[in-house]
Design a binder for this molecule. Structure first.
Ligand code: KG4
Ligand code: ZN
Length: 354
């Protein structure tokens, strides 16, 4: 009997799962076998940069053009045939409706045709496990900060599927604030990586932008006031936000604005994350989502956690951005626990974390 149960677990662990992610402007597919990433292919859509943000219809069309090729490449790099796939995991929300539908429907059709298991994955749960894709994995329980273009979330992760949301963005997400401030400065889209680069050469104490902490020790976030403070600062300088700054505007001043804005965001993110870990009495902190690539955030979190004797986990850069590996990994976790999904699962653009 014991051997039979053990055999069942071994069989389930050794599943090959294909993960598909198309929630926004990355078409990605990955293979996870036995909890290990065998391939992770990401095709980014650069078409949006000329419009200053993601254009939903263009995103859906680009996913349609790329999805077959990306999945084939993921299979090729993993050295497997599509008939080796035991399960297919696809993001079903949150995200852009048309974009989600491409990956979700492709995943369902493939699973149906292969007689494989299918599971729909919450994109945010994917980011939550982006630190589990390498050999140095965090141990449960931990506190996780998910910072992306659409979300800022603090989550207490007691074990897989046992989560408590401790705080979240009440208005603009952190990545959205980065993108909007970059747009005001005429720096293009996506703005986060550009601000990060320019901030490295600026003075973070040059401008005292507000730190929105909210009242009563709240672990929620609100970055729209900070964004407006940058807007007023630019207007006071006689700059009409959104216009190109022109050659007469000193580079050093742009770098100082970027560094001071980034420092304000990072202070709030790091202080609330450490407070959350204290409250949950855990020493382990993980971060995930596009903004977790930010060098200022990584440096400050590393310094503060070292001071407190806490252990931070940062995902490798390819797992900060949207990727299929995190979806395949959560798919593997769910499928081996028997949590498959029916084929009538719809795309849910406004899907909540819980
Ligand atoms: O997780 P993600 O790839 O997509 C969503 O799920 O939203 O996150 C994208 C966000 C964008 O707002 C982008 O500007 C931001 O992540 N981002 C960064 C950096 N790299 C990407 N923000 C700050 N610093 C970065 N280095
Ligand atoms: Zn994301």
């Amino acid at each position: 009997m014991l051997l039979a149960i053990l055999g069942l677990f071994l069989y389930c662990d050794s599943m090959t799962v294909l993960g598909i992610e198309t929630s926004c402007d990355e078409t990605s597919a990955a293979i996870v076998y036995d909890g290990h990433v065998k391939s992770n292919v990401i095709s980014s859509q650069y078409v949006h940069s000329q419009y200053g943000g993601v254009v939903p219809e263009l995103a859906s069309r680009a996913h349609q053009r790329m999805v077959v090729e990306v999945v084939q490449e993921a299979l090729r790099l993993a050295g497997i045939d599509r008939r080796d796939i035991d399960g297919v995991a696809a993001t079903y929300g949150p995200g852009l409706a048309g974009a989600l539908l491409v990956g979700l429907n492709f995943g369902k059709a493939l699973a149906y045709g292969l007689d494989a298991k299918f599971v729909g994955i919450n994109h945010l749960e994917g980011h939550l496990f982006s630190n589990s894709l390498t050999s140095d994995q965090p141990e449960f329980p931990f506190v996780s900060l998910i910072v992306s273009g659409g979300h800022t979330l603090l989550i207490h992760v007691r074990e897989p599927f046992k989560y408590t949301v401790l705080g979240q963005s009440l208005d603009d997400a952190a990545g959205e604030a980065f993108d909007k401030v970059a747009k005001m400065l005429g720096l293009g889209y996506p703005g986060g990586p550009v601000i990060d680069r320019l901030a490295r050469e600026g003075n973070p104490r040059a401008i005292a932008f507000p730190r929105p902490y909210l009242k009563g020790g709240s672990l929620d976030f609100s970055f729209s006031g900070l964004k407006t403070a940058v807007l007023y600062y630019l207007r006071d300088l006689g700059i009409e936000p959104g216009n190109s700054l022109g050659p007469s505007f000193p580079d050093a001043q742009v770098k100082d604005i970027c560094a001071s804005f980034q420092a304000a965001v990072v202070d709030v993110l790091v202080d609330k994350t450490i407070a959350a870990a204290d409250r949950c009495r855990t020493n382990t902190i993980t971060i995930g989502g596009g903004v977790s690539a930010n060098s200022g955030l990584r440096d400050r979190l590393a310094a503060e956690t070292a001071r407190k004797g806490m252990r931070p986990f940062f995902p490798p850069l390819e797992y900060c951005m949207d990727n299929g590996a995190m979806i395949a990994y959560v798919g593997w976790l769910r499928l081996r626990s028997g949590m498959s999904t029916a084929f009538d699962l719809p795309a849910v653009p406004n899907l909540e974390f819980m």
